[in-house]
Design a protein around this ligand. Structure first.
Ligand code: HXC
Length: 279
């Protein structure tokens, strides 16, 4: 299914592509033939990631330092990637998040998360979208969302607001830009452990364990499972998918939302004892 030339001829920009899930997705895309451009805030991280991937697949990865909260920096990055590429696929992956009781947040804390997670993807999508439309080039945007974009979640309220906005952008522009040959989709991952997210979201082993196993499959996601879904979506095989959000969370959100999930803890004896008897 994933032949080594699945993404041959594709050029892909991944924001936050130097670490975590962005890097795992980028590595998989390169294995499947893509040219990759990564951006992020830290030069050393980008240099290391690009160096490691290029060592295995020469001349396939380029990088550019960019804080996506800064519209001028995004414009400069879009110009650089256009000179390199131009890209036909954008993965809005970079995000910022931490757990906190919402009443303790300062305005700056709210802005820090909204800036990276909502404004950043909007700036990058807009900067490239203008270029794609002017050049009459078909393109694809895949944004990383999360299931609490629609369920909401306590303790990550700015992130939930931002991800809901990213989903709204995805659906809105899918309708508006389809006529230009530009498609937009989103992916909502569940528990895919990375050092960056886990140190901010689950800073104690018991919290991490609970989050990773609280789904019907009882395990966290593997990075390659997410990378494979992304590869399918980035491929021409998925060319009719537009404006949707694909969940990959082992069934976590449906289990936690489902009315009778709390019955999971009943024993066989309890089930027998509560079964209605005839007569
Ligand atoms: C309360 C906090 C805080 C915390 C920061 N702040 N951390 N407030 N609790 N834990 C406040 C600071 O006090 C400050 O406000 C303001 O936020 C900005 O903080 P800085 O550290 O100056 O910001 P910055 O260096 O720009 O860092 C941005 C960040 C950081 C979002 C705070 O976490 C970051 O860079 N994250 C990027 C990587 C990341 O988060 N990855 C995980 C994504 S996971 P004051 O008022 O004091 O100045 C994800 C989805 C998970 O998105 C889905 C799971 C299913």
């Amino acid at each position: 299914m994933f032949s080594p030339d699945l993404l041959k001829g594709k050029s892909v920009l991944i924001t936050g592509g130097g670490t975590g899930l962005g890097r795992a997705i980028g590595e998989r895309f390169v294995e499947l033939g893509a040219q990759l451009f990564i951006c992020g805030r830290r030069r050393n991280v980008l240099e290391e990631a690009a160096g490691a991937i290029n060592a295995k697949h020469p001349n396939r990865v380029a990088w550019h330092v960019c804080d996506i909260r800064d519209p001028a920096a995004v414009e400069a990055m879009a110009e650089a990637v256009w000179q390199w590429g131009p890209p036909d696929t954008l993965v809005n992956n970079a995000a910022g998040n931490f757990i906190a009781r919402t009443e303790t947040l300062s305005a700056r804390a709210m802005d820090a998360v909204l800036g990276i997670t909502l404004h950043g993807p909007a700036y990058v999508t807009l900067a490239l979208g203008k270029k794609w439309i002017a050049a009459k080039r078909p393109a694809l945007v895949i944004s990383i969302a999360t299931t609490y974009a629609w369920t909401g979640s306590p303790y990550v309220v700015p992130s939930a607001m931002a991800k809901a906005g990213v989903v709204a952008m995805t659906r809105s522009l899918a309708a508006e830009w389809g006529r230009h040959g530009i498609r937009l989709n989103a992916v909502a991952p569940g528990a895919f452990p990375t050092p960056g997210a886990w140190e901010r979201l689950l800073p104690r082993p018991d919290l991490a364990h609970h989050f990773e196993t609280q789904n019907p499959l009882g395990r966290p996601g593997r990075h390659e499972e997410l990378a494979n879904l992304m590869s399918y979506l980035a491929s021409d095989m998925a060319g009719y998918i537009n404006g949707d959000v694909i969940t990959i969370d082992g069934g976590r959100w449906v289990q936690n939302a489902a009315t009778f999930s709390y019955l999971d803890n009943l024993s066989d004896a309890e089930w027998n004892s509560i079964r209605p008897r005839k007569g």
